[in-house]
Ligand binder design. Structure first.
Ligand SMILES: [Zn+2]
Ligand SMILES: [Zn+2]
Length: 328
């Protein structure tokens, strides 16, 4: 089969590789579409660990093409979304209900071969059947939407809340819509004007193109979602928050920076981390199917598989919000 292989840092190429076959409790998925994600770019740059060489790619949907001998509840030909983090399910952390932070977690496209390929194998437990009437491109955004659905469950805004969303990538675009749905007044900060245009169309009341431009308006945010992963974001955010605010932190900055920790005490701030998802795929699929969450305004390109090595090198371009790869 054709696959994109990351052979070393910043070295990605299309190769002919052996088609995988499913183990007893696994399914083989013929890939339709895969989202290109910030974590694919981080892996490309040499961060996030995992194996090399590796077939990257984790935000995928496709058709079930073969079943392991013990697989039940899914049929060949069904269209599915892949949940790409496989918890061990047996450690103390998993048993406490936090499978998302399982230390033994296997990450598709980082620890095992992923979905930038014609076929990928996935444990049965981690495929979700997709409904008819949901386009492939919409469905391919199930995984990042599940990240936002999990994040907003940490602090659901109310109509009297002033919400700040730091970073208007795809995850930020989902937070804007989820926060507007729950009634909060939304402010967005991002460095790219093109992203802020989309943010306003999705219901953001105010947008700012830099931390400096927001400084004057700051001081009154009750609920903040940090989605950018920018080192230094938290330093701005703790200054801009109202007393008693909750900050939900989703970004994974590549370097730690200091921030005025005394403001956490002075303002009695609450800071919560949010990592991937638990069982939020069901909700994410329903939100996309019902049209409550839009993706059309920020899917910027859909490329064939062989284009990925060129596209990934240009990942930080502000003109890109969510790009997809169409495999079949
Ligand atoms: Zn991702
Ligand atoms: Zn575990």
């Amino acid at each position: 089969m054709k696959a994109i292989v990351l052979t070393d840092t910043k070295k990605m190429e299309i190769q002919e590789v052996t088609k995988p076959s499913p183990g007893k409790r696994e399914v083989l998925v013929q890939v339709r579409q895969v989202g290109i994600c910030g974590s694919d770019y981080s892996k490309y740059l040499g961060y996030l660990g995992g194996i090399l060489p590796v077939i990257p790619g984790h935000e995928a949907i496709g058709d079930v093409a073969a079943l392991g001998s013990e697989v039940e509840g899914v049929r060949i030909g069904e269209r599915v979304a892949i949940q790409p983090n496989f918890a061990c399910g047996t450690c103390e952390i998993c048993r406490s209900g936090m499978e998302n932070v399982c230390p033994n977690k296997i990450r598709l496209g980082l620890d095992v071969n992923g979905a930038f390929a014609e076929y990928v194998v996935v444990p049965r437990k981690y495929v979700w059947r997709l409904p008819d009437g949901l386009s492939d491109s919409n469905a391919a955004l199930t995984e990042p939407l599940a990240v936002a659905v999990h994040g907003i469950s940490k602090c659901r805004p109310t109509p009297t809340d002033r919400v700040l969303i730091y970073g208007a990538g795809a995850i930020g675009m989902f937070f804007i819509q989820l926060a507007v749905l729950s009634g909060g007044r939304v402010t967005v900060v991002d460095i790219a004007e093109s992203r802020l245009d989309v943010a306003r169309k999705l219901g953001a009341a105010e947008t700012y193109h830099s931390a400096e431009s927001l400084e004057a308006a700051a001081g009154s945010f009750n609920v903040v979602f940090e989605t950018s992963g920018t080192p230094g974001a938290l330093a701005h955010i703790v200054k801009w928050c109202a007393p008693g605010a909750t900050i939900v932190h989703l970004g994974l900055p590549k370097a730690d920076t200091t921030f005025p920790a005394f403001l956490i005490t002075r303002k009695e701030l609450i800071i919560k981390g949010s990592l991937i998802y638990l069982d939020e795929f069901r909700t994410a699929i329903d939100l996309l199917k019902n049209g409550e969450i839009r993706t059309d305004l920020f899917i910027t390109n859909v490329y064939p598989l062989e284009e990925l090595p060129n596209v990934i090198a240009d990942f930080p371009s502000p003109s890109r919000i969510k790009d997809l790869i169409r495999v079949s």
